[in-house]
Design a binder for this molecule. Structure first.
Ligand code: CTP
Length: 416
């Protein structure tokens, strides 16, 4: 999910990367790279404790800028005010329990906290600490305070911590943090607007076996579905991803992933998860047909029945349509959002598809010439039940996901 060097479409931004004293400080080096390679000007501001983990020389070399930790360095330049005032974005990674507490208390006892106190730009924190510290009511209260004030506190991942233990509190990967921070710049700070909401998202392509070595598949990467899941998780939703074939994508924090292969497997997983879901998004590229018979051994060329050249296909179930039927039968009350990949006549085909499937909303995007699949950007139109349309401007898939969620939230609020 990291930003490719040649994808820089914006003017250089002044990015402050704050680094607090935790073992995840080493990952901040990768984060500096994420931004410098995108053409941004990066200033690293570690806390004094962070330098126990990574030396100032490393950050200076990576950023090409001086590294100070105290409010009394470069006093002639009024640095403790200037760095925060000039910043377009501040990302603190890792954000330890102590640094979060000091920011929540409005302290300014080192250059990093002074910089945050001065800043009016977006501030994004990527927490990293032991599970007990993360779950402690003191930390949770501080996080809630920062969120209420409009700072974005990302969710930590679950996984291996400093020692042999594992749990919630592991810092997200540098690519994930950079992606979320760029989304905040374009789409605004995350609110916890999906707290208490259960969301099911299908992503990636399904595959249908021909024989043990061949299958019918498609070029979907799963990126848009995972971006939708990532935004939902950060807005506080309980997220289940039903994933077909996807690129190696980072797991959104807290999300449950159910891996499937065929359309029928995906249908079973989506149907089960949808029973108590509030919102289902079918972002997967579903194989419409499967071979009538899956051969148990590898098919050979030129066999008597010539099974390969006359492959007979049968239609797969339509998962989205099936969900709408289930809702009509009272088996789920979820809002249902579909996707449509079209090469031409986007709005016309999109409106017809929304109607024939009975979904509440459809995101239609153009896949002419292979666009979208595997790309990091997307664009298209959102179509509502009444035929109303909203253009989704070209942007990174996370930004597109944030816009789609804004529209879904508006739609579900209006339904209540
Ligand atoms: N979909 C589904 N089950 C299928 C096929 C599609 O649930 N068997 C869902 C997709 O996940 C998507 C929407 O239906 O949300 C539209 O998918 P798309 O492939 O664009 O449409 P199709 O119904 O397959 O129609 P066509 O390929 O003929 O355009």
């Amino acid at each position: 999910m990291s930003l490719e060097p040649n994808e820089n479409t914006h003017a250089p931004r002044k990015v402050v990367i704050g680094v607090a004293g935790g073992i995840a400080a080493y990952k901040a080096c990768h984060l500096v790279r994420e931004f410098t390679e995108a053409g941004d000007e990066v200033r690293v501001v570690p806390t004094p404790a962070a330098l126990n983990f990574v030396g100032a020389a490393t950050f200076e070399a990576l950023s090409g800028q001086p590294v100070d930790t105290g409010v009394f360095s470069r006093v002639d330049e009024v640095q403790h005010v200037r760095v925060g005032k000039e910043a377009d974005l501040i990302v603190i990674a890792p954000a330890t329990a102590d640094t979060i507490a000091r920011i929540a208390a409005g302290r300014a006892d080192d250059l990093l906290t002074a910089t945050v106190l001065v800043a009016t730009c977006p501030v994004v924190l990527a927490p990293a600490m032991h599970t007990e510290m993360w779950e402690n009511p003191a930390t949770q209260d501080n996080v809630a305070t920062l969120r209420r004030r409009g700072l974005t506190v990302l969710e930590p991942a679950r996984g291996r911590l400093t020692g042999t233990d594992s749990g919630a509190g592991r810092m997200l990967e540098a690519g994930q943090i950079a992606e979320m921070a760029r989304t905040v710049l374009e789409a605004g700070a995350y609110t916890r607007s999906l707290e208490g909401i259960k969301v099911v998202i299908s992503a990636g392509g399904t595959q249908e076996n021909i024989d043990p070595v061949r299958f019918i598949g498609n070029r979907s990467s799963g990126r848009q579905g995972f971006a939708l899941a990532d935004i939902a998780a950060h807005r506080g939703a309980q997220v289940t991803i039903v994933a077909g074939d996807t690129d190696a994508l980072d797991t959104p924090p807290g999300a449950e992933i159910i891996k499937v292969r065929s359309t029928r497997e995906m249908k079973e997983a989506v149907d089960t998860a949808a029973v108590d879901a509030d919102i289902v998004i079918m972002a997967a590229a579903v194989a419409d047909y499967r071979p009538e018979n899956e051969a148990g051994s590898k098919l050979k060329k030129g066999q008597a029945d010539d099974a390969l050249s006359t492959l007979r296909l049968v239609e797969n179930p339509d998962i989205l349509k099936g969900l709408v039927d289930k809702r009509n039968a009272g088996e789920t009350s979820a809002a249902i959002v579909g996707f449509a990949a079209e090469t031409d006549n986007l709005l016309e085909y999109g409106k017809a598809k929304l109607k024939s499937k009975g979904a509440d909303m459809l995101m239609v995007n153009s896949v002419a010439g292979g666009a979208v699949f595997g790309e990091t950007r997307n664009s298209g139109w959102l179509i509502g039940r009444g035929g109303e349309t909203q253009e989704i401007a070209d942007g990174p898939k996370h930004v597109v996901a944030a816009r789609i969620w804004d529209a879904i939230e508006e739609m579900t609020e209006n339904r209540q």
